[in-house]
Design a protein around this ligand. Structure first.
Ligand code: PLP
Length: 383
C-alpha cells in the first residue's frame, strides 16, 4: 500500500481523475494518447518513458493511477478484459503451483481454472471460502495463491478477506480478491490484507456497458507483480487507449453511481422478499443472508447485485425474464441500466435453475419494482 495516506478521499480523487490536466493546453480532460511508437532520443535513450504501445501507454497509465488511488494500491495494471487480468495472476505463478479458489465465482473463470489451468501445470482446489477453516484445511505444500471472489457470482456468498489473508500469508501464499461486485467504493481488499485486487472493469468501474476491460491492483510491487507485468507485455494483454479513456471517464462518477444503485438494490431486496412468488432473495444486505454479518463488517455498502429464486422453478424464472419491459434481458452487470438474467441458461449446474440474477441500475427503483412485479404476476398467470 502507498506509505503516505493521500490528502483527498478516493471519491474526490476519482471525480477529478487525480486532477490530471493537459500540460500543454491546460484542458481539464487529459488527452487521449493513441500513438503506438515514440521517438528515441539522439543519444539512443527513451527519456519520456515510452517506446512502444504494447508495454505501456500514457492514457492507460493515467487510468491505472486512478484505480490505484481508489484501491489504496501502490500500482495498478489494466488488461484487455477481466479474464485477461485474472488469468495473468495465475500464469505469473511458478509451474506446478497449487491454487485454492472460491467454489462460487464467475463461471467463466471457474471454467478456465478447471479446464485450462491444469494444462499449464497448476492444481486448483475449489473450496467454500465463506468458511476460513475450510480454506486453512485446504492448504498444501506448494499452495501459492488463494483466489476468492466476494460477493461471489451468482449467489453472493461473502468471504472474510482479513481472515483469509492471514491464512494465505501464514502459508506463504498470495491472496487475490475479485472485488468486481463489491467495487472499491464498498470494499478495499488491500486494506484488509489482500495482496492483489482484481476487477472486471467492464462492470461498475466503467459503468456504461461500453468497455471490456480488466484491472489488477497490488498492495505493493513484488516479484510476483513484476511477473504479472511481464505477462501483460509478452501476451499482449494491455487495454487499448480508447477503452482506457472511456474507463477513466466512467471512474469519475463511480462513487455516485454505485451508492445510488446499492440503495435501490437494498430497497428491491426488501420488497422482493415479501413477494408471494419468490422463495428466496439472495442479497448480502439482508439479515437473512448467510454472509450478512461478515459483509456488514467488511463492506461499507452491500452492492447492487442480487438474485431471486422463484417458487415455481425454472419455467417461472424464464417466463418472468420474458415478461419484463424495463429491465434489459441481458448478461453482464454493473451498468447504469438494470439487467435481468436467467443464469442457469448461461452456466448450467450448480447454478440453481430457478434463479434470476438482477443487476440494479440507475432507474427509479419504484419503476424497477413495478416492472418486476407485473412480470412475476404475468409469468404465474395461466397462458
Ligand atoms: C465477477 C466477475 N469477474 C470477472 C469477470 C470477467 O470479466 P470480463 O468479462 O471483463 O473478462 C466477470 C464478467 O462477467 C465477472 O462478473
Amino acid at each position: 500500500m502507498a506509505d503516505e495516506p493521500p490528502r483527498w478521499t478516493p471519491r474526490t480523487l476519482a471525480a477529478q481523475a487525480l486532477g490530471t490536466v493537459d500540460p500543454v493546453t491546460k484542458a481539464v480532460v487529459p488527452p487521449l494518447h493513441v500513438a503506438t511508437t515514440f521517438i528515441r532520443d539522439p543519444d539512443n535513450q527513451y527519456r519520456s518513458g515510452y517506446a512502444y504501445g504494447r508495454p505501456d501507454n500514457a492514457t492507460v497509465r493515467q487510468t491505472e493511477a486512478v484505480i490505484a488511488a481508489l484501491e489504496g494500491a501502490q500500482e495498478a495494471l489494466l488488461f484487455g478484459s477481466g479474464m485477461a487480468a485474472a488469468t495473468s495472476v495465475v500464469l505469473a505463478l511458478p509451474a506446478g503451483s497449487r491454487i485454492i479458489a472460491s467454489q462460487v465465482m464467475y463461471w467463466a473463470f471457474r471454467r478456465w481454472l478447471t479446464n485450462e489451468a491444469a494444462r499449464f501445470g497448476y492444481v486448483v482446489d475449489f473450496v467454500d471460502t465463506t468458511n476460513p477453516d475450510a480454506v486453512r484445511a485446504a492448504i498444501r505444500p506448494g499452495t501459492a495463491l488463494i483466489y476468492i471472489e466476494t460477493p461471489g457470482n451468482p449467489l453472493w456468498p461473502i468471504s472474510d478477506i482479513a481472515a483469509i489473508a492471514e491464512i494465505a500469508h501464514a502459508a506463504g501464499a498470495l491472496l487475490a480478491v475479485d472485488s468486481t461486485c463489491a467495487t472499491p467504493v464498498f470494499t478495499q481488499p488491500l486494506r484488509l490484507g489482500a495482496d492483489i485486487v482484481m476487477h472486471s472493469a467492464s462492470k461498475y468501474l466503467n459503468g456504461h456497458s461500453d468497455v471490456i476491460a480488466g484491472a489488477l491492483a497490488a498492495a505493493r510491487t513484488s516479484d510476483a507483480w513484476e511477473r504479472i507485468r511481464a505477462i501483460r507485455i509478452q501476451h499482449g494483454a494491455i487495454l487499448g487507449p480508447f477503452e482506457a479513456y472511456l474507463l477513466q471517464r466512467g471512474l469519475r462518477t463511480l462513487d455516485v453511481r454505485v451508492r445510488t444503485q446499492a440503495t435501490s438494490a437494498g430497497m428491491l431486496a426488501e420488497r422482493l422478499s415479501q413477494h408471494r412468488t419468490i422463495a428466496n432473495v439472495l442479497y448480502p444486505g439482508l439479515p437473512s443472508h448467510p454472509g450478512h454479518k461478515v459483509a456488514a463488517r467488511q463492506m461499507s455498502g452491500f452492492g447492487a447485485m442480487l438474485s431471486i429464486r422463484l417458487k415455481d422453478g425454472e419455467t417461472a424464472a424464464i417466463a418472468t425474464a420474458a415478461k419484463v419491459e424495463l429491465w434489459k434481458r441481458a448478461t453482464s452487470l454493473g451498468g447504469v441500466e438494470s439487467l435481468i438474467e436467467h443464469r442457469g441458461s448461461v452456466e448450467g449446474p450448480p447454478c440453481p435453475p430457478d434463479l434470476l440474477r438482477l443487476s440494479v441500475g440507475l432507474e427509479d427503483p419504484d419503476d424497477l419494482f413495478s416492472d418486476l412485479d407485473q412480470a412475476l404476476a404475468a409469468a404465474g398467470a395461466p397462458a
